[in-house]
Design a protein around this ligand. Structure first.
Ligand code: PEP
Ligand code: MG
Length: 589
């Protein structure tokens, strides 16, 4: 019987295939004893399994490096580092000697104890570490006892992977010619899994509650990454609708390719600057070929998230200069580390906060960790000197004017140091801020006298305005960028920027979603920055509307008193202009 499960769409596209349930890695290994004479064998087995796991991880690291870039690959260096760490493996050997147990039991208990230690700290910030430990445990056990964890290798073609959760290493290990998409029971829009899915351009749905439990292996399934649906055992007519939608989608994207070399202007001649959001420098060629004219948001915290040690100034410099080279004179906005909340360093993971979304994150964290901040700023200034006037610095989560002033003073000091050292820098570099906290939006007129530019981060602005955790699947239905409160804050920020004659852009996810484009242009935005996959359709829509039309839409949107009413109005007007992006969808959006 057809069953429709709802989750959160994190990577667009439709996949039609068969369910492949990736087992929960947390199985129990029974305690088995070995005769004392067999103990040396158990030590050898353990060492061999650790060595095999390490070489396997190195292969994955190399492949990920080629496909997604060095930064993405560093997570596997972290995994290798863990398995090579004697403080983790020595107690396993000790247990074999002491208790005469099998190597697999020693691995199981050692890894379980480590995971429990992380869990007992009771903070969401440790969740990723716990997943890493389970992932590593499963990998080593596979080399000791084979079976179940080799399941990924037994993937058939056209598999749609359903899992309770996926670690980045599992997601990256997928063979893209076999895995059509993936679904997880847990997660929110900004988790690692979604980011990997988008970078790999594989449709994905997360936060799908019990999907991996309800689904039966081998059952036909439709994954709708546009609407966040998973349809188990679909009826013939549902399948037919989705096949038709897939075909329309394909034709639509072919038609978008024709626009690649045409300017991004509205019908009445207003140029709109489309830029791309990136996490890794390797995404730049894709941004450019999708119609992006530069990078409007480089999320540099991924330099931290994909390794186990702090990046050095030279690591930062290598990444930024690679971007400058790839962009070849086009604009690059480097956002300083937005660490904390759901994106944390090793140090932060060791000291979890009770309420990290409201805690020491982003610019707050940087101002409290100045050596680390300094290394990044030095690298940005040096890379900017390679192509003056193209690089901008942007501070995230600025909430008070004092905070912005402190960050700017700190930057001035760093510039002074570099000048004294005789290091070339771009002295005229523009310094702006994300507007992603209601406090900043409400005081945008005051901030506009200090900042050289604003970029509106709707992802956080929505979260903080509506008090809805953007990563929590339980309140995902309340997360709405078209909420009248958010619209007013955007309008106020754009006006403040215009009055002070500073550029204002939008780089939150809504900048890439067609239903918000007319509203954003109508509110006065002229620069939008979004992921590569959303740029071609955005350009098509922009070329089909006039600014006057958009202004009417923005005025009308401001008259509604409910989020749902604004959303459906925006969808309806957009749909009239670009029906191909909506009509024929198997599920009405
Ligand atoms: C935002 O908050 O809108 C934003 C672009 O930043 P991030 O998603 O990285 O928090
Ligand atoms: Mg943000």
């Amino acid at each position: 019987m057809e069953t429709v499960l709802r989750g959160i769409a994190v990577s667009p596209g439709i996949a039609i295939g068969e369910v492949f349930v990736l087992d929960d890695q947390r199985r129990r290994i029974p305690r088995r004893l070995v005769p004392a004479s067999q103990v040396p064998d158990e030590h050898r087995r353990l060492d061999a399994a650790l060595a095999a796991s390490i070489s396997e991880l190195m292969v994955i690291r190399e492949r990920t490096g080629k496909e997604l870039g060095d930064e993405a690959a560093k997570i596997f260096a972290f995994h290798v580092g863990m398995l090579a760490d004697r403080t983790l493996t020595r107690p396993m050997h000790d247990q074999i000697d002491r208790e005469l147990v099998t190597a697999e039991y020693a691995v199981f208990t050692g890894m379980t104890a480590l995971a429990e230690r992380f869990t007992s700290l009771g903070d969401a910030a440790f969740k990723t570490k716990v997943d890493d430990v389970h992932d590593l445990s499963a990998r080593v056990l596979k080399h000791l006892i084979g079976e179940h964890t080799t399941k990924l290798a037994s993937l058939k073609h056209r598999a749609i992977v359903l899992a309770r959760d996926l670690t980045p290493s599992q997601a990256a290990a997928f063979n893209r010619s076999q895995v059509l998409g993936f679904v997880t029971d847990t997660g929110g829009r900004t988790g690692h899994t979604g980011i990997f899915a988008r970078a790999m351009q594989i449709p994905a749905v997360v936060g799908c509650l019990n999907a991996s439990v309800e689904a039966v292996e081998g059952t036909p399934v439709i994954l709708d990454g546009d609407s966040g649906l998973v349809i188990l055992d679909p009826e013939e007519k549902t399948l037919a609708k989705y096949h038709a939608w897939q075909e329309r989608r394909r034709l639509f994207s072919v038609s978008l390719k024709e626009l690649a070399d045409l300017p991004c202007v509205t019908r009445d001649g207003m140029p709109i600057d489309l830029q791309g959001n990136i996490e890794f420098p390797e995404e730049i060629p894709n941004i450019l070929s999708s119609g992006g004219h530069g990078v409007g948001l480089y999320r540099t915290e991924f330099l931290y998230l994909t390794r186990d040690s702090q990046p050095t100034e030279e690591d930062h410099f290598a990444a930024y200069s690679q971007c400058v080279k790839l962009l070849d004179g086009r604009p690059l906005t480097i956002r300083t580390m937005d660490l904390g909340a759901d994106k944390y360093t090793q140090d932060q993971a060791e000291n979890p906060e009770r309420n990290p979304m409201l805690g020491c994150r982003s610019i707050r964290y940087c101002l409290q960790n100045q050596p680390m901040f300094k290394a990044q700023l030095r690298a940005i200034l040096r890379a900017a000197a390679l192509r003056p006037d193209t690089v901008r610095i942007m501070f995230p989560l600025v909430t008070t004017q004092d905070e912005f002033r402190r960050a700017r003073f700190f930057l001035n000091d760093v510039m002074e140091d570099l000048r004294e050292e005789g290091v070339p820098i771009d002295s005229g570099i523009k310094v702006g801020m994300m507007v992603e906290v209601p406090a900043a939006a409400l005081c945008a007129d005051a901030f506009a006298h200090q900042a050289d530019f604003f970029s509106i981060g709707t992802n956080d602005l929505v979260q903080y305005t509506l008090a809805v955790d953007r990563t929590n699947e339980l309140v995902a239905g309340m997360y709405n960028p078209a909420s009248p409160a958010v619209v007013r804050l955007i309008a106020h920020t754009v006006r403040a920027g215009r009055d002070a004659r500073i550029p204002v852009s939008c780089c939150g996810e809504s900048a890439g979603e067609l239903e918000y484009t007319m509203l954003l242009l109508g509110l006065g935005l002229r620069t939008l920055s979004a992921s590569a996959a959303s740029l071609p359709a955005l350009k098509r829509l922009i070329r089909s509307v006039t600014i006057e039309q958009c202004e009417v839409v923005a005025e009308k949107a401001a008259t509604f008193d409910s989020d749902v009413a604004v959303s459906s109005y925006l969808r309806d007007v957009t749909r009239k202009i670009i029906p191909e992006a909506f009509d024929g969808r198997a599920v009405d959006v």
